[in-house]
Design a protein around this ligand. Structure first.
Ligand SMILES: C[S@@+](CC[C@H](N)C(=O)[O-])C[C@H]1O[C@@H](n2cnc3c(N)ncnc32)[C@H](O)[C@@H]1O
Length: 272
């Protein structure tokens, strides 16, 4: 449910496997990356840290706290803007992303800014790092809503975090699932069940191949997932639409943002 549709697709709601999700979303982000960076790059900032389309920054929200001297992994790092911010604030930021093209943009920004983010191509459900390697793992609209095997992804985060480490992630606010993904008035009328977890799937009309997938969990699902994954939830932030902000990003807009939350930021601590 993004502003990414590159080809003729039909939308379906049906179960999909983790492999299907990954095989669709990697190439989808490869196709979409140039447009994504051209459209949103200036808003994100080459070494900026934005938590969502509302434009709230890490400087403002202080979700991660002081990163000085810490090992920090960003899952679904895209062009590495947030991890570059971590590096300019004294942390050792590392990126991981499924999309080759997004990582090429990360290399481009490394060269342009002179701040390099060591990054690896991989998936959230199989992190290529040794156990207890990081003090913080975070995602800013990164991989989590694209993953079916979310228990496995959270187990991987718990494995690579050091005891007591912090896990923070922003996702589309789960209540948005009820509404059409439309930035205008139609996006304010609930048309589908909040509790229907059936994935959103786009299928390429020409080939019949699944070309994009998003997975939905309710707020309660996330609380239970974190608790059963060994985390303590320390905050759930629902950033309000800023008074003077008037930027449309996919289904996020002032029209909707003034009435309904568009982003949820979960902050959790691994048992230590
Ligand atoms: C909305 S972008 C966010 C990237 C970055 N945080 C930003 O704000 O631009 C989502 C990113 O998640 C990546 N992604 C999707 N599924 C993934 C997976 N299973 N594992 C790792 N990354 C994934 C995509 O390739 C994409 O770069």
């Amino acid at each position: 449910m993004e502003d990414h549709l590159p080809q003729a697709v039909r939308v379906e709601r049906r179960p999909v496997s983790e492999q299907e999700s990954r095989h669709a979303n990697g190439p989808d982000w490869d196709r979409y990356a140039d447009e994504y960076q051209a459209t949103h790059g200036a808003f994100l900032g080459d070494a900026g840290f934005v938590w969502g389309p509302e434009g709230h920054t890490e400087d403002e929200l202080q979700v991660l706290g002081d990163v000085t001297g810490l090992d920090v992994l960003e899952v679904g790092s895209g062009a590495g803007q947030c991890s570059r911010w971590v590096r300019t604030h004294g942390g050792r930021g590392f990126g991981l992303d499924l999309s080759h093209r997004q990582l090429q943009h990360s290399l481009r920004l490394d060269a342009e800014t002179g701040v390099a983010v060591p990054s690896v191509r991989g998936t959230a459900t199989d992190l290529p790092f040794a156990a207890a390697s990081f003090d913080i793992v975070f995602c800013s609209f990164g991989a989590l809503q694209f993953v079916r095997d979310i228990e496995q992804a959270l187990a991987e985060v718990a494995r690579v975090l050091r005891p007591g480490g912090r896990f923070a992630f922003s996702i589309t606010h789960p209540t948005r699932w009820m509404f059409p993904d439309d930035p205008g008035e139609p996006g304010l009328t609930a048309t589908q069940s909040y509790w229907d977890r059936t994935p959103y799937v786009e299928v390429d009309d020409a080939t019949g191949v699944v070309s994009y997938v998003e997975h939905h969990r309710t707020l309660g699902d996330w609380v239970r997932l974190l608790a059963s994954g060994g985390f303590t939830l320390t905050d759930l932030m629902e950033p309000e639409w800023p008074e003077h902000h008037d930027r449309v990003w996919g289904g996020w807009s002032r029209t909707r943002g003034l009435l309904t939350p568009g982003t949820a930021i979960f902050v959790a601590r691994l048992a230590g």
